[in-house]
Write a protein that binds this ligand. Structure first.
Ligand SMILES: C[S@@+](CC[C@H](N)C(=O)[O-])C[C@H]1O[C@@H](n2cnc3c(N)ncnc32)[C@H](O)[C@@H]1O
Length: 204
């Protein structure tokens, strides 16, 4: 199976989405009303948040989100070989003191087909509050199952790098507000991201 990983610009973009939600910046999310924007303060990524990357690969985003916010961050990945590599990479960074020691406790990687399991998406036994998925790798069927699991989760923010036709799978999400998609150009690489941001209003 081929592997694509979020770029440094993509990591920054995901973090920026979480930060801008907290600030209610309407230049970033032009569809929000002022009243809506005020509610978004509770969406800020804080040390008490729980971040989950669905399809976490080698764990780059999980590590960056934990480091940037101090929150617990987990990845679920279908290929156990990638989970082993993600753990080995994190442990090497710890051994070389390139990341602080608390990262060992704050990050975890689970080998699991996220689309085959049932129940809420959890991070260390608690509901994930901030969820990311690079949805392009999932089939329509998988996305429907993941949407069903997300409905059981008290997530606040879901960020997906979506193909436009995949947005349909998320129409079944309960009580979500969809922010305007954020188009992202990666300087130098020519890549174009389309981040869709869903807010679970019942979790605010
Ligand atoms: C494009 S990579 C993204 C890696 C990482 N999220 C990033 O952005 O750098 C997508 C990953 O999703 C994994 N994946 C695909 N289907 C999955 C499923 N049903 N459950 C869990 N992981 C899955 C793939 O094995 C792959 O490692």
């Amino acid at each position: 199976m081929g592997y694509g990983e979020v770029t440094a610009g993509g990591v920054e973009m995901v973090l920026r989405v979480f930060r801008e939600l907290g600030s209610g910046n309407r230049a970033f999310f032009p569809l929000w009303s002022v009243k809506d924007a005020l509610k978004l303060k509770s969406c800020l990524l804080t040390p008490s948040s729980r971040f989950l990357d669905i399809g976490s690969g080698l764990g780059k985003l999980v590590l960056h989100v934990a480091l940037a916010s101090g929150c617990r961050a987990a990845g679920v990945e279908i290929l156990s070989s990638r989970v082993r590599l993600a753990c080995a990479f994190r442990d090497l960074l710890l051994a070389q003191r390139k990341v602080p020691g608390w990262i060992a406790e704050a990050t975890s990687f689970i080998a699991e087909n996220a689309a085959a399991q049932r129940g809420p998406l959890l991070v260390d036994g608690a509901h994930a509050t901030h969820v990311y998925m690079f949805s392009a790798v999932f089939s329509d069927h998988d996305l429907e199952r993941l949407a069903a699991r997300l409905n059981e989760t008290r997530f606040k923010v879901l960020v997906c790098a979506l193909k436009p036709k995949q947005e349909r799978a998320f129409s079944q999400l309960d009580s979500v507000f969809k922010a305007a998609p954020v188009e992202v150009n990666m300087a130098g690489s020519g890549q174009r991201f389309r981040m869709c941001v869903f807010i679970k209003t019942s979790s605010l």
